[in-house]
Write a protein that binds this ligand. Structure first.
Ligand SMILES: N[C@@H](CCC(=O)N[C@@H](CS)C(=O)NCC(=O)O)C(=O)O
Length: 298
């Protein structure tokens, strides 16, 4: 059996990533790559995003809150996230980022990381009730948001990389990556499935709780936990990772067996705010606004 022997430095392996869909923007360093400034509109809250699952999270919350905001499309394929303006708002160069010009103390607050942006907004607009005030439920809610950011998002993204974006000829690497991350995605879907089925009570017991299945992740009420955990699971059911000549991602992963998870996704997807939220920064900042305009112009 041939054994893998790494070279002395990672740089010697960089060339092996050539051919992946993001090879042109991948780099091992942070910071701006050009001096372009951010655009800004009249609303206090300025969102810089793209309609990917990480972008959907904040789009959904903004639409649920119904607050005034301007959205700006960040084309990550073209490297917009590396402009000086974007890096000023989000030093990690990943969408979504935002600037609240009406931040604490009346000063602008730059925001990065979808979960942190959601928690900031949910706390600022606390009367909307999307972040529970009860300490137990609040903790459960934060736990699901952290679970999403640290586990579900990155693992599903890594699965997607090997399933659709990795170099087409890297067969062995793709088999390994798809299996490693795909199995973890299956497990993470099962974590949601079991929780929604009613297992666990956040008091240390793993068994079925007396109340049975859960309608929403926390306290029987729709919250930022649902908005955060919805997009990546929903994306697996859509066409995001489907490619001609390959099995559909949902079939490949056996997604249909998660009956409670599917019912929860249907429940959330049925909300108009969610359907608008997942279209924020899809080609246009708010595509439904453009549509309305063109209808009334006819
Ligand atoms: N943990 C981050 C992840 C954000 C993220 O990975 N965004 C992707 C799009 S889904 C991105 O901007 N990628 C651009 C790049 O990697 O250069 C969050 O939740 O906000």
């Amino acid at each position: 059996m041939a054994k893998w022997v790494p070279p002395q430095r990672i740089e010697e392996l960089y060339a092996s990533t050539a051919g992946n869909n993001f090879a042109a923007i991948n780099a091992p360093t942070a910071g701006p790559r050009n001096e372009t400034a951010l655009e800004s509109g009249p609303a206090p809250f300025q969102l810089y995003s793209l309609a990917t699952p990480n972008g959907w999270k904040v789009g959904i919350l903004l639409e649920e809150l119904g607050i005034d905001y301007d959205a700006h499309v960040v084309n990550i394929g073209a490297g917009d996230q590396f402009s000086a303006g974007f890096v000023g708002a989000g030093p990690n160069s990943k969408i979504p980022s935002a600037i609240d010009h009406d931040g604490p103390g009346g000063k602008p607050l730059a925001l990065m990381e979808s979960g942190a942006i959601m928690l900031y907004l949910a706390e600022k607009y606390t009367e909307a009730g999307f972040l529970p005030s009860d300490p137990r439920q609040r903790s459960e809610c934060l736990q699901w948001v952290c679970w999403q950011i640290a586990g579900q998002g990155p693992m599903t993204g890594n699965f997607g990389h090997f399933m659709v974006y990795a170099p087409p000829d890297k067969c062995e690497a793709r088999d390994y990556g798809v299996t490693r991350y795909g199995m973890e995605v299956q497990r993470l879907c099962d974590v949601l499935e079991r929780h929604l089925a009613g297992y666990g009570d956040f008091q240390g017991n793993a068994g079925m709780r007396p109340e049975g299945p859960r309608e929403y992740l926390v306290g029987g009420r729709y919250s930022v936990a649902d908005m955060a955990c919805f997009p990546w699971a929903y994306m697996l059911r859509l066409k995001g990772y489907d490619r001609p000549g390959q099995p559909r991602a949902q079939e490949f992963l056996g997604f249909a067996k998660h009956t409670h998870l599917n019912a929860w996704l249907d429940r959330i997807a049925a909300r108009e705010q969610v359907q608008r939220g997942i279209r924020v920064c899809n080609g246009k900042p708010k595509p439904w606004v453009e549509k309305k305009k063109s209808k009334s112009q006819l």
